[in-house]
Design a protein around this ligand. Structure first.
Ligand SMILES: Cc1cc2nc3c(=O)[nH]c(=O)nc-3n(C[C@H](O)[C@H](O)[C@H](O)COP(=O)(O)O)c2cc1C
Length: 208
């Protein structure tokens, strides 16, 4: 698949078909991740593939999204969002925060090695290692799309962060930017309604 096609086909999905990803495809798309630009040239990135069901259940046990439409609507209301597309996306996404990680064919936990205290950066460039791992994640998502594989990233909230480290024995000097769930889409999987963007309206010539 041509690169622009893979970029435009990439979408977030949270409903997966029960179909395994062949190991050589997994390796190919993770290899695409490892070719992303890296701030310090070191690409200190590791991937934990959580295949074992029990291990996955343990991992996601701190995630408790509301499961009813009403509960979700109340949460979305508290978020005070003005855009209809955004509200709709959250309304559909929130109840799936745990199931999407359990049901995906592949659950990848990317790990990166920060160069300082990420939560107390001295300058914006102190966050370059964090920016770099997201370049890696995006390469993976685009490579996966080119294989007909899609998925979702979830940011671990505070109780999840320590839990991930404990359950997966992640060395203290590494951090996890996101859970990365990948798989073939279920028939019911639908991309969230997109907010139209006109590229030319976002381009400024010489000055804002
Ligand atoms: C940094 C980042 C964090 C995200 N966090 C979550 C998340 O915690 N849970 C989730 O379901 N989706 C998450 N997403 C997916 C977004 O909701 C999704 O990318 C967005 O709605 C746009 O849809 P699209 O990817 O189909 O274009 C995240 C995406 C990014 C880039």
């Amino acid at each position: 698949m041509e690169v622009y096609e893979a970029i435009s086909k990439r979408m977030t999905i949270r409903d997966f078909a029960q179909k395994a990803i062949p190991p050589q495809i997994t390796e190919r798309i993770l290899s695409a991740g490892l070719q992303a630009p890296s701030n310090d040239h070191l690409r200190r990135w590791e991937f934990i593939l959580v295949e074992d069901r029990q291990q996955r259940e343990k991992l996601v046990s701190k995630i408790h999204p509301p499961q009813t439409q009403k509960g979700t609507a109340a949460l979305v209301k508290r978020m005070q969002l003005n855009d209809d597309n955004q509200q709709e996306m959250y309304q559909r996404a929130i109840p799936k925060q745990q199931s999407m990680l359990l049901d995906a064919a592949l659950l990848v936990i990317p790990c990166f090695r920060p160069s300082g205290d990420l939560l107390q950066p001295e300058t914006l460039s102190s966050l370059n290692c964090f920016a770099s791992i997201w370049c890696c994640v995006e390469n993976i998502l685009i490579a996966a799309a080119s294989e007909g594989i899609f998925g979702v990233t979830r940011i671990p909230f505070e109780p999840e962060r320590a839990h991930l480290h404990k359950v997966l024995h992640i060395p203290a000097e590494y951090e996890v930017p996101c859970y990365l769930a990948l798989g073939y889409p279920a028939e019911s999987a639908k991309r969230a309604r997109q907010i139209p963007i006109e590229t030319s309206a976002r381009i400024h010539q010489n000055t804002w």
